[in-house]
Ligand binder design. Sequence first.
Ligand SMILES: [Zn+2]
Length: 206
Amino acid sequence: MAGGQFHGEILDVSKNVKALQNGPYTDPHAWQNPENGLSYAQAIADRFSQIYPSKKETYKKNLETFEKNVHEIMAQNMNLLLPYKGQKALSTHEAFNYFTQAYGIHFVSFYGLNTDSELPPQKIKSLLELVKKEKVNVLFLENSKNDSALKNLLKNENLIIGQPLFSDALSNSTGPAKDYFELLKYNAKTVADALKKANSITQGQK
Ligand SMILES: [Zn+2]
């Protein structure tokens, strides 16, 4: 909260979420699992119903609509990702452990590529080593100024670079993740598209 001037109540919307640990840290990206997003909404509706009991029915109805949408999207996403269950992708931001929990697609993390300066060759070398060690052929990068140079280099290695995923925040109102439902759909489709492309290359090599 900017300036620290907020004196209202702070509601911990994730209080009913079963948090995943990332080493010593609690992984904050819980909303990547739709069930957790639903849990946030339930916590909000509960608290609002306590504060404004006369509106209780409205909150309940809205929550039911939200729940229906989330479950529909989750079922669609599970269908979409089912053919790729158990496969791996690499991400430069460790933000998708809850996505793994929801859909069974595994993410290997590589740090330090979200830089504005030129990528040191050592960094690229260790990225390629990790890719080989983990047998990953799909990468999701955070946007960086080096993207085009890096992409060209990775293309020679027969690696698929997925479209950027939305990890911590929504897109702007004209972007592909303008609200939570769109974010859930977009990330699942983006992962499925990249794995599909990668699998078709691998099959072509056999
Ligand atoms: Zn993050």
